[in-house]
Write a protein that binds this ligand. Structure first.
Ligand code: ADP
Length: 502
């Protein structure tokens, strides 16, 4: 029995120990489980936080995407507007084109472009959108009543908006009421030329949240409009100036043509007059010369020596007059184109030698050397007699205006289709201011030689006319006290090429 009790007791005790151990183990497990649960709770919380963050980030990303989309839309709209503005060079067209390019796509349905008229001291509207004509008229009326505010805005050259006026509620409300909007942007339009203005863009939609980006876009648009207007105004000024210049040029051309016609008419009349007078003078002169010659012979009765001498002078003067008349007649015939130039090939050396020989006595008397310095043969296509007159006149002048022991050199060289001939002397030279005038009729330089010797001032005019009748030109280079060089062009005889010969 006691054994039974003992065993039962032992069993009970063992059971208790076992249960205790089991309990302790379970409790340990529960503890562990609790710890794990706590850890899991922490992880779950963290996950929850992260999920919330992801949602927040996603929302922000969506918003940024929306902002970006809007910005891109705005940029497109701005780009289109800029292109429209920059490709228009007529002021009125610029406003029309802006309207057609839908500036309201920038998110503002009410748009007004007003300009300050500096003369009339009031604002005018150049473009409106979202307002009826009646609205615009009354808006402008009220705006001009409160013009100081808008003029100062213009002067400040700054963009304002319902955002930037958050501190200045009075001004913000004033603009809101005036333009009947909830939010707005006003930006100055400042072209360098002409009147300045303001670009107003507003909306009465409560959904529209005005951003700094809107301010920027509208400022850019206002600048573009200013630039476009400046270009158009500059273009207009340049265009008007060009039209004016063209009109003036036309007028001047008309005047010049008329003046030229007048000069030609006068010149024709002068030639006709000279020619008529010369003819009239030649006949009596011939008679005078004839009578003087007959009287001088003594055929009509003996005449005293003194009378004879005077008759010879009459004859001499008559000769001079005949020469002058002949020169005048030649000039007027050449000028009117009545003289026919008989072109024929001639050897230049032939002509120069002949003239040099003709004037050699005169040259010897003065101790002046005439050098014909032609390096090669030159064939010229000229009227021989007229060309000889050119050489005679020029070499005679050189002899006249070159002091004793001087030198006259004749040289030539080819120049394109012409031969250039130079007649240089070591004479008194010609003052620069007279170098053009000496080719005019009757012009003589006021110098001691001219005071002492006779001359008509017709020689060079005749020479010039003859050369021009040949298609050439004449000019002079001269230095007072050093000498003069008269150069002129005569047509060269065309040298036949083998092709042409064939
Ligand atoms: P003229 O010899 O009858 O005066 P020209 O028409 O031949 O008329 O010449 C006009 C003027 O040009 C001359 O009076 C002279 O003053 C000037 N002149 C012409 N040739 C020369 C020259 N070789 N050297 C200096 N002056 C000259």
């Amino acid at each position: 029995m006691s054994n039974t009790i003992y065993f039962l007791g032992l069993a009970g005790f063992s059971a208790i120990i076992y249960l205790s151990i089991t309990l302790i183990t379970k409790m340990e497990r529960v503890k562990l489980l609790q710890q794990n649960v706590r850890k899991l709770e922490g992880v779950l919380n963290e996950l929850d936080e992260q999920a919330k963050l992801i949602v927040r980030t996603d929302m922000e990303l969506n918003r940024t995407q929306e902002d970006l989309d809007k910005k891109i839309r705005d940029l497109y709209a701005l780009h289109r507007l800029s292109q429209t503005i920059s490709t228009t060079l007529e002021e009125s067209q610029i406003f029309k084109r802006i309207r057609e390019s839908h500036p309201d796509e920038l998110g503002f349905e009410k748009i007004l472009l007003i300009f300050w008229d500096y003369k009339e001291k009031k604002f005018h509207a150049s473009m409106t959108m979202g307002y009826t004509q009646e609205n615009t008229d009354s808006l402008l009326f009220n705006l001009n009543l409160d013009k100081e505010f808008y003029v100062s805005l213009l002067k400040s050259e700054r963009t304002i908006s319902s955002l930037s006026l958050q501190e200045d509620l009075t001004s913000r409300e004033k603009v809101n009421n005036m333009f009947e909007v909830i939010s707005f942007v006003i930006s100055p339009v400042l072209p360098k030329e002409g009147n300045h203005g303001l670009l107003f863009m507003g909306t009465d939609s409560p959904e529209k949240a005005l951003t700094e980006g809107d301010e920027e876009s509208i400022t850019i648009l206002a600048n573009q409009i200013g630039q476009g207007l400046e270009n158009a105004r500059l273009f207009e000024t340049a265009w008007n100036a060009q039209q004016e210049a063209e009109a003036k040029a036309d007028e001047k051309t008309r005047e010049s043509t008329m003046a030229l016609e007048q000069v030609e008419k006068i010149s024709r009349r002068k030639s006709e007059f000279i020619s008529a007078v010369a003819h009239e003078l030649r006949t009596p002169l011939t008679s005078i010369k004839g009578y003087a010659a007959i009287l001088a012979t003594g055929k009509l009765g003996e005449i005293p020596q003194a009378v004879k001498e005077r008759l010879e002078k009459v004859n001499l003067h008559a000769d001079e007059l005949v020469n002058l008349i002949n020169d005048l007649l030649d000039i007027s015939r050449l000028e009117s184109g009545k003289t026919i130039i008989h072109f024929e090939p001639a050897d230049l050396k032939n002509i120069t030698d002949k003239v040099a020989d003709m004037l050699s006595v005169q040259a010897k008397e003065k101790g002046i050397e005439i050098v014909v310095n032609l390096q090669q043969d030159h064939s010229v296509n000229v009227d021989r007699l007229q060309t000889e007159r050119v050489f005679i006149n020029l070499i005679s002048n050189a002899l006249k205006f070159t002091p004793a022991q001087g030198k006259i050199t004749i040289s030539a060289h080819p120049k394109k289709d012409f031969v250039q001939i130079d007649i240089a002397d070591t004479g008194i030279g010609i003052p620069p201011e007279a170098q053009e005038a000496i080719f005019e009729e009757f012009y003589r330089v006021d110098n001691s030689i001219n005071q002492d010797t006779k001359g008509t001032g017709l020689g060079l005019s005749l020479v010039k006319n003859i050369i021009e009748a040949h298609g050439g030109t004449i000019w002079v280079k001269s230095k007072p006290q050093e000498g003069s060089c008269f150069s002129f062009l005569l047509p060269a005889v065309e040298t036949l090429t083998p092709d042409k010969e064939a």
